[in-house]
Design a protein around this ligand. Sequence first.
Ligand code: GDP
Length: 140
Amino acid sequence: MSQTTERTFAIIKPDAVAAGCTGRILARIEQEGFRIRAMRQTHLSKREAEGFYAVHRERPFFDSLTDFMSSGPCVVLALEAPDAIRKWRDLMGATDPARAAEGTLRKEFGSSIERNATHGSDAPETAAFELAYFFRGMEL
Ligand code: GDP
């Protein structure tokens, strides 16, 4: 791994998987120059979704968000690229698809501020926690 290479954690959320958009999102990931280091389809329990989003526990949308995230299968990914955290957040676009720029994943595949197709870590510490939540060291 070169010095500038970084890893981030991404999810193709249940809305995008249910809509059959997994393949198109994976294609964009590769086209944009990310290396997929690990990938798995999983169906989060409500408790697992609550643990993942524990930092949002006090937010008014926490219950609705964790219901949504445990509503069906999602695809979890470890992505590698130079400046991967920022690069993946740029590719996803703004949290609210209505505000996301043209060409971003949330603009193309998201349908509401909650059902916004993808997740991405927002900082190195978050990426470390989130990668470890889903992947064992051996898998990466
Ligand atoms: P992100 O870093 O862009 O994913 O945004 P946040 O960390 O602020 O929020 C985490 C996730 O919670 C978002 O990706 C959305 O799925 C959901 N979310 C954020 N804001 C809202 C909101 O105002 N209402 C609802 N229902 N969901 C939200």
